[in-house]
Design a protein around this ligand. Structure first.
Ligand code: ADE
Length: 238
């Protein structure tokens, strides 16, 4: 039997949303290689009422609907075996995707990849989620950026992708995460491939020189230049 390095379970009211998103490229390869198992769960299947309601109006009034506790508690109980956070297995994380969460950074993805072997991603919806879910079940609340999506589903895809590609052996030997943007708080340097001359636009001479020390210096300088231009904030973190 395959021993998966990581299991990712996604809890959503829109299971079809995930269609084939995890069936391409690095994630597909990681699944086939037994590095990760990804399951999509329909929150509605954990309801117990006749109307299979996953949301309801907010206490205290206000717009929109709030995701109910019960289906989420039922789901966690079934998926993890307990809905008492202190009894979760040590390497299990239950993540709520929401704009109120901690920002997703490369270091956060790295921490999950290194320290977890089971991640449950709960996709928030509507105006929010009953706070008792957050209080009792959630180990990490994550936002993918300072903007509001209509639901946590795209964010769950982003988080899963960022983590899976960091799992040991997920990237082929031809690639590596070592030089990724944000590793060391710099953006990536520019890349070029064939042809050398494309419509009169030439590849920088230095890259053709074969001088690896000089190429490395050029790449560092370019990475710094790009970071200064687009993400000055990162330079304060070095
Ligand atoms: N749900 C809605 N907006 C979100 C965001 N920015 N990050 C994560 N989940 C979200």
């Amino acid at each position: 039997m395959l021993a998966f390095r990581m299991k990712i379970d996604v809890l959503t009211i829109f299971p079809e949303f995930f269609g084939a998103v995890f069936d391409f490229g690095i994630i597909r390869r990681a699944k086939l290689a037994g590095i990760v198992e990804i399951n999509i769960y329909d929150l509605r299947s954990f309801t117990t009422d006749k109307h299979r309601k996953t949301d309801d109006t907010p206490f205290g009034g206000g717009d929109g609907m709030v995701l109910k506790c019960e289906p989420i508690f039922n789901a966690i109980e079934q998926i993890i075996g307990t809905c008492e956070r202190e009894n979760y297995p040590k390497k299990t994380r239950v993540v709520l995707l929401s704009p109120q969460g901690k920002p997703l950074k490369q270091a956060v993805a790295r921490e999950f990849a290194d320290e977890a072997n089971h991640i449950v991603l709960i996709c928030g919806r509507y105006e929010g989620i009953d706070e008792r879910v957050n209080d009792a079940l959630i180990t990490d609340e994550i936002s993918i950026g300072d903007y509001v999506l209509s639901g946590g589903e795209p964010a769950a895809i982003v988080v899963a992708d960022a983590i899976v590609r960091l799992l040991p052996n997920a990237l082929g030997s031809e690639t590596s995460a070592v030089n990724d943007s944000f590793t060391g708080n710099l953006l990536d340097y520019p890349h070029y491939t064939q042809p050398r001359d494309f419509r009169g636009i030439e590849v920088p001479e230095i890259l053709l020189s074969g001088n690896h020390a000089e190429i490395e210096k050029w790449r560092q300088a370019k990475a710094l230049e790009k970071t200064r231009l687009n993400r000055k904030d990162l330079l304060n973190e070095i």
